[in-house]
Ligand binder design. Structure first.
Ligand SMILES: NC(=O)c1ccc[n+]([C@@H]2O[C@H](COP(=O)([O-])OP(=O)(O)OC[C@H]3O[C@@H](n4cnc5c(N)ncnc54)[C@H](OP(=O)(O)O)[C@@H]3O)[C@@H](O)[C@H]2O)c1
Length: 309
């Protein structure tokens, strides 16, 4: 089975490509593909007109796993047209092509489609109310993808892990700053449900193998503040937790408004798969075990080639 994975240099795309390449033939595409990876890597600009059709025609995948996006909320706020094209227009084009080719499509969305004002867990039935350009373009993509291709699988998530740049996840932010004895802010009023990216990758592959379709929340089952998350990272790695200053996201200088209380229910996916999702503590142990065996260094040894322009 041939999987086309977009965003294969990013945090999710790379880890998913590595997990998937153990069982499948992976064709990973990114603007600046990584070199030396154990899967076929290509440099493409997904925003080029006709690119979605070209990828399906040339690579003939049996499924498309779409992880590429413009993911930084402040960048989306500054460039709303680019954000819309990348986060809404492109997924819609991929949905058209996957429908026509009769192949499964996995589209990745975000917990940030919600406004974070509810204090009970958000289910898939809860109406979104995105607060910024990033979240709005991601929600519009969910609607477009499922309207064009109702059999598509759309997953809202939030994850952490090791990346090729060392700069793509909140866990890396805490780990690398604390390792250099730098003081950092940890937001006490920003609640999320982090899942280790490798646990997420294996769940996504399982969902595809089981032929699931429609909208699912796939995150960690345990809500926590970003401050508590930083403390957990510090303790697991034996770093100085006093370097994490409790702060407020509401009072931060972040440009795009952020949803503050993103506790999402994972009951639907738990029932569909028939087993619980990995606990935060087991994910954190695995994140630490990956560090001990040099996984972050391994990812950082994959150099990025020249960006496709
Ligand atoms: N990180 C999180 O915790 C989080 C939370 C909620 C949802 N998500 C969603 O999860 C998905 C993956 O996020 P991530 O954090 O793994 O992303 P990421 O690390 O920021 O990676 C984004 C990927 O998209 C590629 N890309 C961007 N523009 C492109 C273009 N024009 N042509 C080709 N490739 C392009 C990038 O390639 P280059 O590196 O070559 O530019 C990179 O591989 C996204 O849909 C995101 O919205 C992420």
């Amino acid at each position: 089975m041939r999987l086309l994975i977009t965003g294969a240099s990013g945090l999710l795309g790379l880890n998913l490509s590595l997990e998937a390449s153990a069982c499948y033939t992976v064709i990973g595409v990114a603007r600046t593909p990584l070199q030396g990876v154990p899967f076929e890597a290509h440099g493409v600009d997904l925003l080029q007109e006709g690119m979605a059709a070209k990828l399906i025609r040339e690579f003939r995948p049996d499924a498309v796993l779409h992880c590429a996006a413009l993911t930084y909320p402040d960048q989306c706020e500054a460039h709303p047209d680019l954000a819309w094209r990348m986060n809404t227009w492109l997924p819609a084009r991929l949905a058209e092509q996957c429908t026509a080719a009769h192949i499964p499509l996995l589209h990745i969305s975000t917990d940030a489609v919600f406004d974070g004002r509810a204090h009970t867990p958000y289910t898939e039935a809860h109406p979104p109310n995105p607060l910024n350009v990033y979240a709005r373009t991601k929600w519009e993509a969910e609607k477009a993808v499922l309207e064009i291709y109702p059999q598509a699988l759309v997953v809202r998530t939030n994850f952490y892990g090791w990346s090729a740049s060392g700069q793509r996840s909140l866990a890396e932010f805490f780990f690398y700053n604390l390792s250099q004895n730098k003081t950092v802010n940890g937001f006490t009023d920003a609640i999320f449900c982090p899942i280790l990216v490798n646990d997420l990758a294996r769940l996504l592959l399982e969902m595809l193998e089981r032929g699931l379709s429609g909208l699912y929340h796939v995150l960690g089952p345990q809500p926590m503040s970003k401050y508590e998350f930083g403390i957990a990272i510090a303790r697991r790695f034996g770093l100085d937790e006093r370097l994490i200053r409790p702060g407020s996201i509401a009072e931060s200088d972040l440009k795009a408004p952020r949803a503050m209380h993103l506790w999402l229910s994972t009951e639907k996916v738990r029932q569909a798969l028939g087993h619980p999702l990995p606990e935060f503590s087991t994910g954190l142990e695995q994140f630490y075990a990956q560090f001990l065996v040099g996984y972050p260094q391994k990812l950082r040894r994959y150099p990025q080639s020249i960006p496709f322009s």
